[in-house]
Ligand binder design. Structure first.
Ligand SMILES: CCCCC/C=C/C(=O)SCCNC(=O)CCNC(=O)[C@H](O)C(C)(C)COP(=O)(O)OP(=O)(O)OC[C@H]1O[C@@H](n2cnc3c(N)ncnc32)[C@H](O)[C@@H]1OP(=O)(O)O
Length: 298
């Protein structure tokens, strides 16, 4: 156990698990790797070496939809920060005006091959495992709308600060697309807002206004739009003031059972996703939803 707890500080909750079941955590080449500032095409990283706080900014216009490329970059960026001894906390935000993330990129799931759907879903799993299981203190600076997969990213952080703008919304609206949020989306929400609120939110595919999201506990704080990032930076100070080992082990105690559920069933979850999403009726629903998105513009 002592070894396992030491491993958690390098590899996150998934690392704790892989250390106990499968030997040391994956990607050993990243151990000790330093990451200061980087601008890959879809994720910009700015690590302040004096505070150890990195800002990870999604920059994939028009709506930061989580496609295979963005998901892969997101996960690998987070992994590098996790391994960087100079990094202790990450703030996740967006550079796209009015949008945090439009959620999973529907075009990755619409009329694509089963093989592509499987690759895409593995990338969604990987992003969530890395973020929900991260040892770093994580704060979502939600500076725009955040439906479905965008809400998942927010909920996977330790703390959520949202811009107080009634035009923005956040929630798991999958049923509105005629699709079903998988159990680990549900679990992440239930761990955040409780079972009954999740049941209602998922059943009705609710997108909450920031004020409603605050009332149900889906976000922790609302601030004026121009103060989202500064508030996130100040709040990060509080998380980093806690003894690091105590904070990490506590986070692991809270999240590990949820992480483990997926970690031990990844392949079955991929198969479930592929057989669900490739059904004609589901494809028809996605097609209608895409059409609706486009017709709103006309
Ligand atoms: C077992 C299955 C489980 C699967 C779990 C699924 C999880 C998901 O995340 S599914 C995705 C759910 N997302 C949504 O429902 C959001 C849809 N988008 C919107 O509501 C809006 O686009 C917006 C509020 C995010 C932004 O609105 P606005 O600024 O007015 O921008 P447009 O609507 O004009 O969008 C611009 C452009 O982007 C396309 N688009 C928007 N969202 C997506 C998306 N999630 N995937 C792919 N493409 C998206 C939209 O169609 C427009 O395209 P063009 O008309 O070609 O410009």
């Amino acid at each position: 156990m002592a070894n396992a707890l030491r491993t958690v500080s390098k590899c996150g909750i998934a690392g704790l698990l892989s250390a106990s079941r499968h030997g040391p955590c994956r990607l050993p080449h990243l151990l000790g790797q330093k990451m200061t500032n980087s601008t890959s095409s879809k994720v910009k990283v700015d690590l302040d070496p004096t505070t150890g706080v990195a800002v990870m900014c999604m920059q994939s216009p028009p709506v930061n939809s989580l496609n295979l490329e963005l998901l892969t970059e997101f996960a690998s960026t987070l992994e590098k920060l996790e391994m960087d001894k100079g990094c202790r906390g990450v703030i996740i935000t967006s550079s796209v005006p009015r949008i945090f993330s439009a959620g999973l990129d529907i075009l990755e799931m619409f009329r694509t091959s089963p093989e592509h759907c499987a690759d895409f879903w593995k990338a969604v799993q990987e992003m969530w495992l890395k973020l929900y299981g991260s040892n770093l203190a994580t704060i979502a600076a939600i500076n725009g709308s955040s439906p479905a997969g965008g809400c998942l990213v927010s909920m996977a952080c330790d703390y959520r600060i949202m811009a107080d703008n009634p035009r923005y919304s956040i929630g798991l609206n999958e049923t509105k697309l005629g699709i079903v949020a998988p159990y680990w989306f549900r679990d992440t929400m239930a761990n955040t807002v409780g079972h009954r609120t999740t049941e209602r939110a998922l059943g009705l595919g609710l997108l909450y206004s920031p004020q409603e999201a605050l009332e149900v506990g889906l976000v922790d704080e609302l601030v004026p739009e121009d103060q989202v990032l500064t508030t996130a930076t100040q709040t990060m100070g509080k998380w980093l003031a806690i003894d690091e080992h105590a904070r990490q082990v506590t986070k692991s105690l809270m999240r590990k059972p949820t992480v483990d559920k997926l970690l031990f069933n990844r392949e079955a979850d991929v198969q479930n996703f592929v057989s669900f999403i490739t059904q004609d009726s589901v494809q028809k629903n996605l097609g209608m939803y895409l059409k609706m998105l486009k017709s709103r513009k006309a």
